[in-house]
Design a protein around this ligand. Structure first.
Ligand SMILES: Cc1cc2nc3c(=O)[nH]c(=O)nc-3n(C[C@H](O)[C@H](O)[C@H](O)COP(=O)(O)OP(=O)(O)OC[C@H]3O[C@@H](n4cnc5c(N)ncnc54)[C@H](O)[C@@H]3O)c2cc1C
Length: 425
């Protein structure tokens, strides 16, 4: 079964040297098993807890603990999926989990964004040290947080102000600044923080650092009360004279110095050399898959409701207006999945994203989730507007998918630049 393939967690995800694999439109048995397994967990554990944790607006520790017990919240699971040659393991997992609930889903997968930050920029030794430290074990859960956004640097990553200075005497980096919107920020054990090492080089003068558990000077700022995904913890992270050992610079000092030297000489930066962008590029299709999970959940509720709710002496689905709305919902969910799966496969196979296919998949799936959940509310009429039915929560949750991991406008900017080559602003 896909989740159970043996792996040595200390070895780190060996994602290089990928065999060329062409995906089939038919899932193989491993993927079907994976889908059933995650779906069952989502149906039996996640969905029944969704309304409660949404109301409480608290991190759902007991549910994440359950995910750890079954192996869904574990290093082994993410490594197994990262090794999946088709790249489909993550999107399948995300869709099913977020079908259960997006707030809880993000609480379970939030750590993987920090893990992706380490994987994108870290050495094999750093991957082997820090990713297990982010997950812990059942009964002793740990969390990771990826902290890039700042109050004045959201879409404009180049405006980042958090500063990292090197103290040569102690071989330490000193971090100062304020990060915002960090999923698991302040409650995480391991924080992955992007910071400026050379302000003149803008995005090319940035690097990523691991802040180990219990490091002095790191504290949680404001915790945000949100419109949706309310079980997921989102907060500011304040860094005040945070000192981390030299080995916490992801990729190491030698590599950083060489990169900075190239940037100062004006040599063109390789794709992915920007610390934050490298992380986002890898994670976009999986984020699109989360949006599909929400959209599918709302669509299923609406389809069921339309079959049973009667007005004017017949089920409302027998009105073309309702049936066509459902037809559009189903079609855009299927189209989103094709875009997401293709982009995930391309990423895993190391294909070039000539037309920003990763961004296309996140843009389309995110906007589909907002539209479809809105249509579902409409089909449920007054009931869709109440918390007695889950589509109201799903519509609130879906809204984040046009905002985080790059807003829809930024995805369009990336796509427009890719297809045109023009310096569009
Ligand atoms: C719940 C939640 C969780 C998050 N989790 C994380 C996390 O774990 N780690 C992390 O680092 N960040 C996280 N983020 C931050 C998220 O990625 C940012 O909110 C997002 O990138 C947008 O930045 P901003 O909010 O500063 O908006 P801004 O960048 O200020 O944008 C405001 C508006 O202007 C538009 N805009 C900006 N520039 C342009 C342009 N050039 N052309 C056209 N339109 C433009 C935007 O599209 C948007 O509509 C999270 C955010 C939220 C809300």
């Amino acid at each position: 079964m896909a989740r159970a393939r043996a792996h040595d967690p200390t070895a780190g995800p060996a994602v290089g040297n990928v065999r060329h694999v062409t995906p089939s439109f038919e899932l193989d048995q491993d993927h079907l098993d994976l889908r059933t397994w995650v779906h069952d967990f989502a149906a039996e554990v996640v969905r029944p807890a969704a309304a409660e944790w949404d109301e409480r607006e608290e991190f759902p520790w007991p549910v994440v603990e359950e995910a750890a017990k079954v192996g869904l919240y574990s290093v082994d699971f993410i490594v197994t999926q990262a090794l999946d040659e088709t790249g489909l393991g993550f999107p399948i997992t995300m869709e099913e989990l977020f079908w259960g609930d997006a707030g809880i889903g993000l609480s379970i997968v939030g750590t993987s964004l920090a893990a992706a930050g380490v994987r994108a920029n870290g050495t094999d030794e750093q991957v082997a040290e820090w990713i297990p430290a982010m997950y812990g074990a059942p009964g002793d859960l740990k969390l990771g947080a990826f902290c890039s956004s700042e109050p004045d640097a959201g879409s404009d990553v180049g405006a980042m102000r958090t500063r990292a200075t090197y103290d040569e005497a102690g071989d330490e980096w000193v971090l100062n600044g304020t990060k915002t919107w960090a999923t698991n920020g302040g409650i995480a054990d391991v924080h992955v923080v992007t910071a400026v090492v050379d302000p003149e080089l803008r995005t090319r003068g940035q690097a990523s650092f691991v802040v180990p558990p219990g490091t002095k000077g790191l504290s949680q700022g404001q915790k945000f009360h949100k419109h949706g995904i309310r079980a997921s913890h989102t907060a500011e992270v304040v860094l005040d004279q945070v000192r981390v050992p030299g080995r916490c610079l992801l990729g190491g000092k030698e590599k950083l110095d060489a990169r900075l030297a190239r940037a100062r000489e004006g040599a063109s930066s390789k794709a992915g050399s920007n610390a934050s962008m490298a992380t986002f590029e890898r994670t976009r299709p999986a984020v699109g898959a989360q949006a599909i999970g929400i959209a599918r959940a709302a669509y299923e509720v609406a389809l069921d409701y339309a079959r049973t709710r009667e007005q004017f002496g017949k089920p409302i689905i027998e009105n073309q207006a309702i049936a066509f709305s459902l037809a559009d919902m189903a079609t855009s969910i299927e189209a989103s999945r094709l875009l997401v799966w293709r982009a995930a496969w391309m990423a895993r196979q190391g294909k070039r994203f000539e037309q920003a296919e990763g961004s296309m998949s996140k843009l389309f799936a995110g906007e589909t989730a907002v539209r479809v959940t809105g249509q579902a509310m409409q089909i449920l009429g007054g009931n869709g507007f109440t918390r007695e039915y889950p589509v109201e929560r799903m519509a609130r949750d879906a809204r984040i998918y046009t905002i985080f991991e790059g807003t829809s406008e930024i995805q369009r900017l990336v796509i427009a630049r890719s297809i045109s080559g023009a310096p569009i602003r």
